[in-house]
Design a protein around this ligand. Structure first.
Ligand SMILES: *Cc1c(COP(=O)(O)O)cnc(C)c1O
Length: 366
């Protein structure tokens, strides 16, 4: 059996009828930029997330960059970010001339509030929790910390769509949150795409103008802006796929349950919390990140048996990338990156494939 880590071809085949219908409809109308489909998708996504406003942009990285840029920070301001994140998070900070301050992780692989407190200075202005792997972190603690220290909260929920903490969706706790529609994300399009959600009308209006050359709804140029629009074609596809999102998430949770039920006894592998672990977190399993003994040997063993796995971010947390010159010691993240592994997790997987992966892991540790 061959189980790729992600099957991009199946992504289209799986929803072919739906996607073809949306595609043809947009093509026949010649509706490509800032059209009704985008507006409708924004409205539906806002409602789905429980936010007042949603604004489609070119990708998840731009979403972060635009929000940070819109809130008007000073060049020496410091932004707290977990080191276990995609390079897009600190890059958005860096390219605004701001200073990303990297923070260690917790046992659940998400940002440590304890370490965030250690990294505070007079210049700390923003904290950016990253809702990694489809899990929303303990937002009671995060919001309490942010309020106490007077920090603006911007959530990188690129991986968090649909995931909840105490019934509230990832991305909706702070001033603004962002999602990515990269094809492999829980809600993916067939190219690049992203969205910003917020309840702040003033911020929404500013961002609305910034993503389209500073233009407002009436066509006036109110400020400098750039081109970071979400294509209407992608928006139409996303609008159609949004209807399937809860079903997609259920399937991810089903796969997580299979891994959880069958690998719990394999003590060499530490699993993420199962889908029914508690009532506080509703996890969507954008990724299934385990910690395992003899990680590199297991990875090779699985590959020999046709199963592809990956180590997140090409094997390095942000502070470990030499070229970026971060001089910070993050022991928990360092430790995690010696053991972490992403098992295949997506809705193109069959039950047989999941059981094959499980059996192969059991076999390895026998
Ligand atoms: C995917 C991702 C992004 C960036 O999204 P793009 O749409 O690829 O720009 C940012 N942060 C995290 C944690 C991500 O996983």
């Amino acid at each position: 059996m061959k189980v790729p880590f992600f099957n991009y071809k199946k992504l289209y085949q799986k929803d072919k009828n739906l996607v073809d219908k949306a595609y043809k409809d947009v093509m026949n109308r010649g509706a490509f930029i800032l059209q009704d489909d985008l507006e409708e998708f924004e409205k539906k996504l806002a409602k789905y997330s429980g936010s007042k406003y949603a604004l489609g942009v070119a990708n998840g990285t731009d979403a972060l960059w635009l929000v940070l840029s819109a809130i008007g920070l000073n060049q020496s301001d410091e932004i707290l970010i977990p080191s276990h994140t995609y390079i897009a998070t600190p890059a958005a900070v860096k390219f605004l001339g701001l200073k990303p301050i990297l923070v260690d992780c917790n046992k659940d692989h998400l940002m440590s509030i304890k370490d965030s407190a250690c990294k505070l200075t007079k210049k700390t202005k923003v904290i950016m929790p990253v809702q990694l792997n489809g899990r929303t972190m303990n937002m009671d603690r995060l919001m309490e910390f942010a309020n106490m220290e007077d920090l603006i909260v911007i959530e990188d929920a690129a991986q968090g769509i649909g995931s909840r903490y105490k019934k509230q969706m990832s991305g909706t706790f702070g001033l603004a949150g962002t999602y990515s529609f990269y094809p492999a994300k829980t809600l993916g399009c067939f190219g690049d795409g992203g969205i910003i959600v917020t309840n702040n009308g003033e911020l929404y209006q500013k961002l609305y103008e910034m993503r389209d050359h500073g233009r407002s709804q009436d066509g006036n140029y109110n400020r400098w802006g750039l081109n970071s629009r979400l294509d209407n074609l992608q928006a139409a596809i996303l609008l159609a796929k949004l209807e399937l999102l809860d079903k997609e998430i259920n399937r991810r949770r089903e796969i997580a349950k299979m891994y959880n039920d069958n690998l719990l006894k394999t003590k060499e592998v530490i699993l993420p919390p199962g889908p029914k672990a508690n009532d506080i977190h509703y996890d969507t399993y954008q990724n299934y990140e385990v910690e395992c003994e003899n990680r590199d040997k297991l990875k090779k063993y699985l590959l020999d048996r046709g199963v592809s796995t990956i180590i997140q971010w090409g094997g390095q947390a942000i502070h470990q990338i030499a070229a970026l010159n971060f001089e910070v010691h993050l022991p928990l993240t360092d430790n995690l990156f010696q053991k972490c592994l992403l098992l295949p997790m997506n809705t193109t997987l069959s039950d047989d494939e999941v059981y094959y992966i499980i059996e192969s892991i059991q076999e390895f540790y026998k």
